[in-house]
Design a protein around this ligand. Structure first.
Ligand SMILES: [Zn+2]
Length: 349
């Protein structure tokens, strides 16, 4: 049997603190149902694709925004906290994307028209697309952890990888696994973007480019919500608590290191999968960061997040490049990652 009911795993003491949401405010319950269905459907299709058995998805009682992947007593478990759907959905609300069309003005006519066409398309919703790309990014990041745990024969019987940065818990192998999970997740977002494009009634290359820019923006917005410490805040007025820059420290690579890794791998795949679009790296960066700027200007009106982002990026760019290269060199020697790359038929040497 591929999927196991969470009630059964509770009775086996494999999982605990399962969150139930059926007796709460219908509006909130709808948000939980949407996330649960999205994760469950994705898990079912990827588990069958990679022949992963004994799987379970559940929502864990915890108000902090977090997601995790774990292998316990032979079961493959992906989970999110009950904080995650509510905190993320609120941050990615429609109202923060009302000015997104302004992203069109930095572009030439066909692209700016494509942004407007998408905006006017009743079958397309910017904020939903951004949310769905973000969900896909998180799901595929966690699923890659499941593959890592299954493709490394040295892994202990019980292992848990979660996404909140633990300070002062550095482990290079863990950083390498996070680096790999981000790369694969960004590639899966690219595939999702194309699947949405394929469903549009009227298609053209300019629209595909716009969707590719928005997909990239969704991932960097997600990472930056953590970088600037706003993701876990429920207040109406958000305050910034930036994660200081570091290299070989803490449980996860620094958000800026992750952002660059995600954008670079996304760009590499965009250019190899869609050479006819002739997207320049600068064009992708300008649009993705442009959308992120419009979003954050609307979310936090009294702070200039993008200038912090660019200043920090500029200040640490050499270190970020160097560290990502080092992580890559380690990644292609990691047994689990090598096996996954082979099974995904991705060339790495
Ligand atoms: Zn992770």
């Amino acid at each position: 049997m591929s999927f196991v009911k969470k009630e059964l795993l509770v009775s086996y003491n494999v999982i605990e603190d399962v969150f139930e949401y059926h007796d709460i405010d219908p509006e909130i319950s709808e948000v939980y149902a949407y996330f649960e269905k999205s994760f469950q459907n994705l898990f079912e299709s990827y588990a069958s694709l990679f022949n992963i058995k004994d799987c379970c998805f559940y929502i864990k009682s915890n108000n902090i925004c977090n997601a995790f992947a774990s292998k316990r007593k032979g079961y493959n478990i992906i989970g999110i906290t009950n904080g995650y759907p509510i905190l993320l959905k609120r941050k990615l609300d429609k109202k923060y994307f009302q000015s997104i069309l302004l992203a069109s003005i930095i572009n030439e006519k066909p692209i700016s028209e494509a942004y407007c066409d998408l905006d006017e398309d009743s079958d397309f919703d910017f904020s939903k697309f951004i949310l769905d790309c973000s969900i896909r990014f998180t799901f595929n990041h966690e699923f890659e952890h499941i593959l890592q745990l299954n493709y490394d024969s040295n892994i202990r019987e019980e292992c848990l990888l979660h996404e909140n940065i633990e300070m002062n818990e550095f482990n290079l192998k863990k950083h390498v696994w996070e680096f790999d999970a981000d790369k694969i997740a960004s590639f899966e977002v690219l595939k999702y973007v194309f699947s949405i494009y394929s469903k549009l009634k009227v298609k053209n290359d300019a629209k595909l480019k716009c969707l590719l820019f928005i997909g990239c923006a969704s991932m960097i917005i997600t990472i930056n919500l953590f970088y600037f410490g706003v993701i876990n805040q429920l207040e109406v007025k958000y305050s910034i608590k930036k994660v200081n820059f570091y290299i070989k420290e803490n449980s996860h690579p620094h958000p800026l290191v992750r952002c660059l890794n995600i954008m670079e791998y996304y760009y590499d795949n965009v250019t190899s999968d869609f050479p006819r679009l002739k997207i320049a790296a600068q064009e992708l960066l300008n649009n993705a960061v442009g959308i992120m700027k419009l979003y954050f200007d609307s979310l936090i009106t009294d702070q200039d997040i993008i200038s912090y982002f660019f200043n920090d990026l500029e200040m640490h760019l050499d270190d970020i490049h160097q560290y990502n290269q080092e992580l890559y060199d380690f990644a292609i020697q990691d047994k689990a990652i090598r096996n996954i790359l082979l099974s995904r038929k991705i060339a790495f040497e």
